[in-house]
Write a protein that binds this ligand. Structure first.
Ligand code: CTP
Ligand code: MG
Length: 236
């Protein structure tokens, strides 16, 4: 992977990485430490950010018991990487990570440790947008027809699929915009952009097409899929 510097060379970006979940849908596995093709999922997820020269600090929020004695492959990874204790929800973990980032940042990215297939191209594109003053959300256009349903699963209507995208991470914002969204300690939700949208900051958020392969390792059946995609990239 090659380093890339776009935008003003003095741009300073911080990355908050929520990695403190308990992986209930994976059967109680700490997914950040789950090995994929011989490397922890968290390391795969951090790689493209560490390859970005604009990234000056990365804070990983681990479960408190792991944060007090992080694995050496994480401690020794890079001077730019810090570890903090996460919280009971993803939002609380993101909040702790943001609080430990340096003050003087132009943009902050949030990226789930459970997304090991993120690419340098998508990271760079999201950073470019945030440094221009926009929000940037990695995702991909919906491919299946969507149905709006009632609580019993009966179809209400069929919205126009062309205006729907799936939201993934990274989600990157001008630093002040993201800090304001997380300033209210009660702000909760699994989507960073949704918190920003609720603040009414007026910042425009643009989707960046990361394709369906930027999957979140969530259930056991995702593991062979993620490994097949990684293997395919290694062979290219
Ligand atoms: N996360 C976190 N702190 C929490 C909960 C989640 O930092 N209290 C992180 C996870 O580690 C993951 C990301 O948020 O990198 C996305 O969450 P998800 O895929 O839901 O992971 P888990 O919460 O661990 O899994 P599950 O919901 O199946 O328990
Ligand atoms: Mg979860």
């Amino acid at each position: 992977m090659t380093a890339r510097a776009a935008g003003p060379s003095s741009a300073r970006v911080g990355v908050a990485v929520p990695a403190a979940g308990s992986g209930l849908r994976m059967g109680g596995v700490r997914k950040a430490f789950l090995y994929l093709l011989g490397q922890p999922t968290l390391l795969h997820a951090l790689g493209p950010f560490l390859a970005e020269t604009r990234v000056v600090a990365v804070v990983v929020a681990l479960a408190p018991e792991d944060a007090s004695s992080p694995p050496s492959w994480l401690l020794d990874l890079a001077p730019r990487v810090l570890v903090v204790a996460g919280g009971a929800t993803r939002s609380q973990s993101v909040r702790s990570a943001i609080a430990a980032l340096p003050e003087d940042l132009d943009a902050i990215a949030v990226h789930d440790a459970a997304r090991p297939l993120i690419t340098l191209r998508v990271v760079a594109e999201c950073l470019d947008l945030a440094l221009e003053g926009f929000g940037a959300v990695a995702g991909c256009p919906a491919v299946d027809t969507l149905k709006r349903v009632d609580t019993q699963g009966f179809v209400l209507d069929t919205p126009d699929r062309s205006s729907f995208w799936h939201a993934q991470t990274p989600q990157v914002f001008p630093a002040g915009v993201l800090r304001a969204a997380y300033a209210d300690a009660r702000a909760e939700g699994t989507d960073d952009s949704a918190l920003v949208e609720r603040t009414g900051s007026g910042v425009r958020v643009r989707m960046v097409d990361a394709g369906p392969s930027n999957l979140k390792v969530t259930r056991p059946e995702d593991v062979p899929v993620a490994e097949a995609i990684l293997r395919g990239r290694a062979e290219r």
